[in-house]
Design a binder for this molecule. Structure first.
Ligand SMILES: O=C(O)CCC(=O)C(=O)O
Ligand SMILES: [Fe+2]
Length: 255
């Protein structure tokens, strides 16, 4: 698997107070690992290499640990695109390929997902309702790590597994009712780097691209989910896996 092997200098991401070649103000976060980018209606925390290579590798191995017919699968060498996942046992994560109904027809989502969280408050996502699995130790470790940045704990996490560059997520906003006003969403990434795109709903010319590398963290805050859309487009040349986790707070109807 090909990863970026040099941590880019955070200062190189900020050019005269702006993020790269954009018009958005940016400054270094006090943690020394990330930068804060101010955008209309919201702000982002972006740490391209929050976890070191070794820690990130261990997370990737954990999420994709699996076997078939009693034989362990080497997830890095395995071609997942041609694999029927019903024939694979995953050791740590209950991966599933969800379906979505559009114009009366059922379609498989172009990625594999899993939902984990505090209790059984169901969450409706892309028209499907998911009940969370109970937290695992490693997911709780990530939640604790995010608390350092976000100063809060999340009650749930959606895991997405992009088996190759064919898997993707189309333009959308995470603005479901259950997430409340101005939801804080923290994304953690392992495996292949993928392009993460943001655009203003009212003016698609106002946009931002952030590469999400192995071991990166991106936090979306403020009114971002109400005013911006985001997507992870197909990247035909990407042949192996990327795991993305988005930590969220789901409001209970009783809250
Ligand atoms: O894979 C990503 O980086 C984003 C996933 C996402 O936007 C979502 O699950 O809502
Ligand atoms: Fe999203």
């Amino acid at each position: 698997m090909q990863f970026f092997d040099t941590a880019p200098d955070l200062d190189a991401l900020i050019c005269q107070g702006k993020f790269m070649d954009t018009q958005f103000d940016a400054h270094r976060h006090e943690d020394g690992k990330g930068i804060v980018i101010a955008v209309p209606y919201g702000r982002l925390y972006y740490a391209p290499h929050y976890f070191d290579e070794q820690a990130a590798d261990a997370y990737l191995d954990y999420f994709l640990a699996s076997h078939r017919d009693g034989q362990p699968i080497n997830h890095r060498a395995h071609d997942w695109r041609d694999t029927d996942l019903d024939t694979v046992q995953f050791t740590n994560i209950h991966w599933r390929q969800d379906t979505i109904k559009m114009y009366g027809k059922t379609h498989k989502l172009p990625r594999i997902s899993a939902w984990y969280g505090d209790n059984d408050c169901p969450y409706t996502y892309s028209g499907i309702t998911l009940n969370p699995n109970p937290w695992t130790e490693r997911l709780l470790m990530l939640n604790d790590e995010l608390a350092k940045i976000c100063k809060r704990r999340f009650n749930s996490v959606l895991l997405n597994w992009y088996r190759s560059g064919e898997d993707h997520i189309s333009w959308h906003q995470d603005d479901e009712k259950e997430l409340g006003d101005n939801p804080l969403i923290a994304s953690v990434n392992f495996g292949e780097s993928r392009r993460f795109l943001l655009r203003l709903c009212d003016d698609h010319a106002v946009k931002l691209e952030l590469p999400l590398h192995h071991g990166s963290i991106l936090v979306m805050a403020g009114g971002l989910q109400h005013h911006w859309q985001h997507s992870v487009p197909k990247q035909k040349k990407v042949l192996s896996s990327r795991i993305n986790l988005t930590f969220r707070n789901i409001k209970n109807p009783s809250d």
